[in-house]
Ligand binder design. Sequence first.
Ligand code: ATP
Ligand code: MN
Length: 462
Amino acid sequence: MLPKLIKYLLKEAPQSQDTEVHGWVRTKRDTKNLIFIEVYDGSCFDGIQCTFDRSAGLNGKTEALLDSLTTGASVKIKGKLISSPACGQAVEVAASELFVFGEAPAETIGDIQGYPLQKKRHSLEFLREIAHLRPRTNTFGAVARLRSRLAFAVHRYFIERDFHYLHTPIITSGDCEGAGAMFSVSTPDPKEFFGKKTFLTVSGQLEAETYAAAISRVYTFGPTFRAENSNTARHLAEFWMVEPEAAFAGLEENMELAEDFLKYMFNSVLEECPDELAFFDEYVEKGIIENLKNVAAAKFSHITYTDAVKELEKAHSANKGLFEFEPRWGCDLQSEHEKFLTEKTAGGPVIVTDYPKEIKAFYMKLNDDGKTVRAMDVLVPRLGEIIGGSQREDDLNKLMARMAEMNIEPQDYWWYLDLRRYGSVPHSGFGLGFERLIQYVCGMANIRDVIPFPRAAGQAEF
Ligand code: ATP
Ligand code: MN
């Protein structure tokens, strides 16, 4: 049987019952007769205090182990669960026996570094260099627990709404989706193996469309890859994307779904991770709980790209120093523009729609104006784009014309075009960057700190 986790031990009624604690030593404090050991196991923030009383007579083995015990060592401690005389904790363990699984010497001995996580605050930059040990800190333990709850909430949200979880391939052959530079897949003989060039996927959307056109509603949730050499706090080379795709849905339904889904995510963490959020609120981003509650309760603003650019131009002509990049119709919104739209224009999340076709992917549905497409980006304060989506072009001729304009070979997408040949339906979907969602709900400034093992330009250790 698996041992009882500390989060449950801390909630048990103390009746001097026999108890075993499994975990790692956070601190050791020694007085004349009493030795206090705080043990944690990452199931929650708090550790449990285990108190050894020398005057009560400890066995020789335990005495010796206690003497050499250091922060980071893994232990099993046996004793009785009693109510704690100390303040700030309801229970503690009156400990009698200590077993050490693995030591964690603090001193550097020869080539072996001393255990790097001592009881002080380490910088996030330093912790990134020890990504294999950082989950033992409060911050990264909390991110890991929150990420896991949030992933489960993603599945719950869609499964409960009749979206089927679809597994799309990681190795693909399409390379002109316009989502970003691709990593190519190498094989000893690339020609021989697949018979064509292959890449790591940038999105499961095109494949998801095929299943939406068959079982109505699907979503994917998996790793995606972009070989972008941008060294920003919100881009990774490998990140997780959530991509719902629904048949018989236009841009309006797509926006509703995106807003409802995001709010469900916010409410899920508010309900399921109150301790983690309290921690982030105190140490990472003040006011984040209040902010999540407000955002979950308020309607998202909507604005067309054209109106958004007007707002930006107005702000720019009033204050020439405001933006580094001049806002102009036809150009992509820069992150400073996104920041302005969320923080100044909308004062919260905003959905920008109907972008110029030139700056969006070939598959987005053309509006009647012939210039803009039924695209939507959900922008949030602090981060900018968190979701990108669109209604898809379901008209074969318009799609072919668009591909021709963009020099995309129709034969490379024959199967995708078939969806427009046989039983074509209006359909829509979006992609949410899962790490950006985590960044938004916990306030971590750098995307590399919300994924266990970040992959970015120059970074593939661990
Ligand atoms: P951005 O403009 O922020 O680079 P994008 O428009 O290239 O993003 P999309 O192709 O629309 O991104 O992808 C859908 C979502 O995936 C984005 O809204 C974002 O949340 C997330 N995303 C995109 N690129 C990355 C990346 N390199 N690392 C992490 N998340 C990403
Ligand atoms: Mn986008």
